[in-house]
Design a protein around this ligand. Structure first.
Ligand code: ASP
Length: 291
């Protein structure tokens, strides 16, 4: 029996001092919920998705309730999950207002397709019994105020209030990664970030599970998740790989951010090139958080 582990993030960015504690504790709570799934013998996929669901329900993060809005003030959600054991993966991009996109991605693991986008993706989710809600139900006053600052006043969109993600290892040593986001504040309608793209913001196989957050365009151009996995597969130290790839994403592709990583034998590993990245972890020995 392998020692189970789950690590979650609540987004990379400059998290205001007044919200740092809530950001970190929200991550710890999500990790504990995922940890309970692992402790009960649940799979890495079930645990990672359970943790992400908790973060999607928490309005301080940019996923589910509290998601960022497009330039037009609309909801457009991205999410993905990958099962490292089967290497099945499922992503949804530019999805309508669903409170838990990660549940939809998990249901899509059964399908042959890897990525569904836009209106047809939303229609498929509805056909599978998922509840689409009015956009207002996912939009908080804090998000509206930030949207006005970014769209009307040209403020930096920042990544704070971030994308959420989880990486988990179950008792059989299987790995999974899950990520969910509203994307960048004030994004172009139709814009898709790295989170739902397998091998960019989300990736899992036999060697590692990784979930990223930050400037999605840079993580896509860096093919971040796939490169991390390849480096580990060819023997590079996991913590060193994570740091090297995030510095490369910053220095070679011009994007700041962070990521969480676990392998069958190591972790939790986390690193960021932004001022902070809220994160939380659970192991059978206990749980914790950081920022
Ligand atoms: N990576 C996400 C995106 O570009 C944003 C974030 O992590 O905050 O959509």
């Amino acid at each position: 029996m392998v020692s189970p582990l789950i690590l979650v993030h609540g987004g990379a960015g400059s998290i205001p001092a007044g919200s740092q504690q809530a950001h970190a504790l929200g991550c710890q709570e999500a990790a504990e919920v995922g940890g309970a799934v692992l402790a009960a013998g649940g799979s890495a996929v079930d645990a990672a998705c359970a943790a992400v669901e908790i973060l999607e329900a928490n309005p301080i993060y940019n996923a589910g309730v509290g998601c960022a809005l497009t330039r037009e003030g609309r909801v457009s959600l991205d999410a993905a999950v990958m099962d490292g054991h089967t290497r099945h993966a499922a992503g949804l991009a530019a999805l309508d207002a669903f409170p838990h996109p990660i549940q939809i991605a998990k249901a899509m693991l059964e399908e042959p397709e890897v990525l569904l986008v836009g209106h047809p993706a939303s229609e498929w989710a509805v056909s599978r019994g998922f509840r689409r809600v009015p956009e207002d139900e996912l939009t908080t006053e804090a998000v509206k105020a930030q949207w006005r600052r970014v769209v009307d006043q040209g403020a930096d969109p920042n990544f704070a209030g971030g994308t959420v993600g989880a990486v988990a290892r179950d008792g059989s040593g299987h790995l999974a990664a899950a990520t969910s986001t509203g994307g960048t504040m004030g994004k172009k309608p139709g814009r898709v970030g790295d989170s739902p793209l397998i091998g960019a913001g989300t990736y899992a196989d036999h060697y590692c599970a990784v979930s990223a957050t930050g400037h999605g365009e840079a993580f896509m151009r860096a093919v971040f998740g796939a490169r991390v996995a390849d480096a580990i597969r060819y023997g590079e130290d996991p913590a060193a790989t994570l740091e090297r790839m995030l510095l490369r994403t910053r220095d070679f592709f011009g994007g700041f951010g962070g990521a969480i990583l676990i392998t069958p034998h190591s972790g939790p590993h986390q690193f960021w090139t932004t001022p902070g990245m809220s994160h939380g972890w659970w192991t059978p020995e206990g749980s914790g958080s950081g920022i």
